[in-house]
Design a protein around this ligand. Sequence first.
Ligand code: GDP
Ligand code: IMO
Ligand code: MG
Length: 461
Amino acid sequence: MTVTIVGAQLGDEGKGGVVDLYGDTADVVARYQGGDNAGHTVVHDGEKYKLSLVPSGAVRGKVGVLGNGCVINPRTLFDEIETLQKKGLDPDVRVAERAHVILPFHRVLDGIEEDVKSEDDQEVGTTGRGIGPTYEDKAGRRGVRIGDLLDPEVLRDRLEYVVPQKRALIEEVYGADVSDLDDPDAFDVDALFEEYREIGERLAEQNMTVNASAFLTDAMADGETVMFEGAQGTIIDIDHGNYPYVTSSNPTAGGAAVGTGLSPNVIADGEIIGIVKGYLTRVGSGPLPTELGGVEGDTPGYDKQGDGENEELATYIREEGGEYGTVTGRPRRVGWLDMPMLRHSARVNGFTGLTINHIDVLAGLDEVKIGHSYELDGEELLAMPPTTEEWGRCEATFKTFDGWDDVDWAAVAEEGYDAIPENARTYLEYISDELDAPIYAVGVGPGREETVVVETPTTAE
Ligand code: GDP
Ligand code: IMO
Ligand code: MG
């Protein structure tokens, strides 16, 4: 049985922590999409680990696989491995030969396109890691794959085709001068060839490249157990999210099959756990019907919706929850939980269980709200509409819950579910009932032990 961890909202729901929590029974933890745009946090024994590419299972010493659906920046991958080594870990990371490589020009293009879009308030607010431009090249059949780095002739051919196109794009479409860029070598075939050929050698020497599909299948045939770690979240999925304010991959459960080369049967035979933050946060642009307050300039093109006036409460939750981007340090926008969003998410992913995090952050508020439904053109909607323009016009209808006190959460985690304050349990059970999925765990703090575990999905058969 596999266990797939999926972000149910807009990213940063606490996926890394849940992979760490449940990772004990897994031998291998595989990422299936995204790249170093992810920022997953694991807190254990007073140490905080921030992971962007290395699967979070590394904290427990599990083998990590970056599947074919990922986009890999080898520079940041090696940096991250070194940083983790300095913290005493020994990450064993295998990279799919079918995964695409984020090259330096992808980052440059990500930045320039965002700048141009921002002139018309259309920027996505990307992490600037070159994610979109790399997936564009993948779909455009001009990408460079990890396997290409292992074969100098192929690498040179690929670069000779693609680099002049990118240089022309920069110079002729965007009117920029390549020599003015921070990294002018980003558009130089020879410099790129030398650097990436060496990276290929390093990957080969360290035995880091795999055929992910075969590697994972063989591991399972040998009795090893596999966990999938989604990055980002359902509402920033390129197909099921609020396009164009999305990332360029499929964080949803279906992505786990496509992005690793395992059959959908394998994923569906296992557990698919939706990670829900007890409220909402968003980094980057786009509508947010249950938004509280907001960060100036972060919602280009959209008026704040919902209770957008309530800046003080948003600031309170942001500070209590430490809601600043793991990758970029940007303050996260904050909102109440949004059920129409979660119903859509549950439908798309088929959650077999839920982990609901950050219940401690909401403690001490007199009342806590949840957007139960939307009103759009006089009609009630229970799930978010497919167009972002419509979603931007939705007004949330709220359900109000009595708040709960701040308590000794570590003691609660030890005692179990019934020790959670009653009002918080009412809140949790409403979410579980609406989504028709059982609660597997409740996050009451960032640490591995600060979790109320109700059910432990096992990767063992
Ligand atoms: P991810 O991207 O989904 O892995 O989530 P992030 O690591 O970006 O953001 C989640 C943040 O909340 C991290 O700082 C976690 O350590 C922290 N966190 C996770 N679960 C809880 C929880 O239940 N309570 C509190 N207070 N913090 C949590
Ligand atoms: P984790 O895995 C939250 C957002 C960016 C932007 C949009 C596109 O930590 O949950 P991209 O750089 O991917 O092209 O940016 O997606 N975004 C995330 N938001 N958590 C993440 O990852 C994110 N990764 C990307 O802010 O709005
Ligand atoms: Mg994150």
